[in-house]
Design a protein around this ligand. Sequence first.
Ligand SMILES: [Zn+2]
Ligand SMILES: [Zn+2]
Length: 110
Amino acid sequence: MPETIQPAALRTDGVLQLPLPALSLLSDLQRRGACCAWCRTTLTAETAVDAGERPAVDGGQLFPRGCRKCAGRAAYQLLWEHSRACDVCRTDPTCPVSVAATRLMQEAEL
Ligand SMILES: [Zn+2]
Ligand SMILES: [Zn+2]
């Protein structure tokens, strides 16, 4: 069976690489994860959800984080796009990407 899980979607530590707003829309605070990558709410260690460190296309490094609500919405978007392309999800409800995204959606209480 071909490997269809996008390797970038789920890191080995279980953190999802959530889909982010366009890089040009992110402030320095958002790039560092000091405030939510989507709604710009200031984050604390208790409220922040890791959105997946990644290199930025402009050469920098992103450490994006989000509030629970926004991360949940991003997880929903990721799951929607992922599940249509993933052969594992078709037959196996325990696809790790799906499980991780569903957990974020539940934590957001969407
Ligand atoms: Zn937010
Ligand atoms: Zn899947």
